[in-house]
Design a protein around this ligand. Sequence first.
Ligand code: SF4
Ligand code: F3S
Ligand code: FES
Length: 248
Amino acid sequence: MSTVAPAPAPTSDLLAVTFRIRRFNPEVSAAVAWHDFRVEIDPKERVLDALHKIKWEVDGTLTFRRSCAHGICGSDAVRINGRNRLACKTLVKDLDATRPVTVEPIKGLTVLKDLVVDMEPFFQSYRDMLPFLITTGNEPTRERLQSPADRARFDDTTKCILCAACTGSCPVFWNDGQYFGPAAIVNAHRFIFDSRDEAGERRLDILNDREGVWRCRTVFNCTDSCPRGIQVTQAIQEVKRAVITRRL
Ligand code: SF4
Ligand code: F3S
Ligand code: FES
């Protein structure tokens, strides 16, 4: 007679974590409040999963942005435990779950509701950089060729997903919303150093403005917070150098 070993008792991988979320609803009150939510969650899940759980199971009024949930669209940058990150790229296990995990909107942009900020000033600065290829002369009859070395010149800054984690972490931007901010400069860099583009000088003139590159004090918060690992401060330094030398 054969015996079958009993199946091992299922073990729960869930962890009880408190998320302390900054709430603001101008339709209800002008005051900001912090609300605690205790959530049972697998530590391998992301902060975005916790926000979904809270919204879907506890408080449907919790408001935040997200779209792709995979680090591509750039819509869910928030401040987690005092540091700007994408909620969809931040694993619960990488946070200290013995204390409440704070989640708040990124700083420097007007909060519209809960974790949602007004991104319009951010995108206006981006548009001010003319973020598209500008050429003169007749349309070419074949594709514009570029050497691998020339392509590598701006490879890092092509990775930007316009999440605003960098701009929202910059103390200069917090104190002066007129500063174009690191994300705009990163996207200017992407075209200034593109050998096919012919408007680099125009962009350098724009960035030589009093709200341009010279406002950067090399604080490095932007580089530390970029979820794409872009060397933001280095890109800003390269643009500063180009403003002076005019060598692209
Ligand atoms: Fe986000 Fe990085 Fe682009 Fe800044 S440079 S907007 S942090 S992806
Ligand atoms: Fe701000 Fe980054 Fe410069 S944090 S001051 S833009 S190096
Ligand atoms: Fe798209 Fe996080 S939801 S980057």
